[in-house]
Write a protein that binds this ligand. Structure first.
Ligand SMILES: *[C@@H]1O[C@H](CO)[C@@H](O)[C@H](O)[C@H]1NC(C)=O
Ligand SMILES: *[C@@H]1O[C@H](CO)[C@@H](O)[C@H](O)[C@H]1NC(C)=O
Ligand SMILES: *[C@@H]1O[C@H](CO)[C@@H](O)[C@H](O)[C@H]1NC(C)=O
Ligand SMILES: *[C@@H]1O[C@H](CO)[C@@H](O)[C@H](O)[C@H]1NC(C)=O
Ligand SMILES: *[C@@H]1O[C@H](CO)[C@@H](O)[C@H](O)[C@H]1NC(C)=O
Length: 294
């Protein structure tokens, strides 16, 4: 009995640290160095008692600033996973494992603390994974990406079009030429002013998505078209056809359903320039721009 209680105390102590601190999951960041410049609630995303990835969550927006994860060559199909939530956002002492939404009414503290299924149902936005299930090998890893704290409102024209093609490109590039770990961080850029929200004004909609990877150990025999793709590379994707074309130009001849949802690939330096401009502070995604000796 005492043994059980001790385990509980320790388990609770460790889980309590899952919100507010990236210390238990620094392995998902290059050189154990989380991105600098963005403020929010750190979540070490835990599923079946293992840390799977890390998310910087915004409570006021009820959506993430970014998710950070390690890429692994995918195998198998997209899981038909159930959507999950984070009990520790509602109850600081709660177990830090994500939990599938139960059928029926939800605890009001959970509803207040994060996005829930009803926010997305019948909205004009799809659920856009920041950390996509496509970039993971194991079933548990893939399933763990289905937590709404890893999701932002994303237009289907982006989610099923250019943004998905980017995820596939990154998959192919890393699978072919990254020899060691590939650290990926995928985040959002908010509207400069005039925030957009899902229908009931609870969940903020991003104007752009961005993504960057760091693969310090790669095959140097790169084909010409990938000569800029290592050790680090980045991209920004449109989530609103009405956005100006300053960051990402629009391809007017793209397929109609994808028009205005273009993705522009760019250097990490260029991405960080746009982040600095929008967040009004220096944002550093990777330790020493991924050029360290890691
Ligand atoms: C979604 O919209 C459909 C069609 O208008 C409606 O029947 C359904 O009740 C709505 N669901 C929710 C959860 O609002
Ligand atoms: C991801 O990359 C692997 C290895 O190249 C490949 O087998 C798989 O088909 C790719 N998946 C997608 C969805 O692009
Ligand atoms: C590096 O890439 C070249 C050309 O694609 C390939 O022939 C070689 O086997 C690769 N080396 C490693 C270590 O994967
Ligand atoms: C773009 O602007 C038009 C006209 O103001 C508006 O009807 C439409 O909803 C806007 N689209 C998005 C995705 O915000
Ligand atoms: C624009 O989209 C069309 C149709 O998908 C494609 O053929 C063309 O290469 C694209 N142009 C640019 C500049 O990306």
């Amino acid at each position: 009995m005492l043994g059980v209680m001790l385990v509980l105390v320790f388990a609770t102590g460790r889980c309590a640290a899952d919100v507010g601190d990236f210390a238990p999951c620094l392995q998902f960041f290059y050189s154990s160095w989380p991105p600098k410049g963005l403020m929010g609630t750190p979540i070490c995303q835990r599923y079946y008692n293992q840390h799977r990835f890390a998310t910087l969550y915004s409570r006021p927006r009820r959506s993430p600033w970014f998710s950070a994860y390690l890429y692994s060559i995918p195998a198998g199909k997209r899981p038909s996973a159930s959507w999950k939530f984070e009990p520790q956002l509602a109850y600081p002492g709660a177990d830090g494992n994500m939990i599938p939404f139960p059928p029926g009414p939800l605890d009001q503290n959970v509803v207040e603390s994060q996005a829930v299924d009803l926010d997305y149902i019948n909205s004009t936005y799809s659920r856009g994974h920041l950390n996509p299930s496509l970039h993971h090998q194991s079933r548990e890893m893939r399933s763990a990406t289905f937590t709404l704290t890893n999701v932002v409102p994303q237009k289907a024209g982006s989610n099923d079009g250019p943004w998905e093609f980017l995820e596939q490109d990154v998959n192919n590039t890393l699978a072919a030429y990254c020899l060691g770990e590939a650290y990926i961080v995928t985040g959002i850029i908010p509207y400069r002013n005039n925030e957009h929200w899902l229908k009931n004004h609870r969940v903020a909609v991003p104007e752009y998505l961005w993504s960057a990877y760091c693969c310090p150990n790669y095959n140097h025999s790169l084909p010409e078209q990938l000569s800029d793709a290592f050790p680090t590379y980045a991209a920004v994707g449109r989530n609103d056809p009405n956005s100006t074309e300053e960051i990402v130009p629009v391809n007017k001849t793209a397929k109609r359903q994808f028009r205005g949802y273009d993705v522009r690939q760019m250097s990490l330096e260029t991405l960080e320039m746009y982040l600095k401009d929008r967040f009004n502070t220096v944002v550093s995604v990777f330790y020493e721009q991924c050029s360290g000796s890691g």
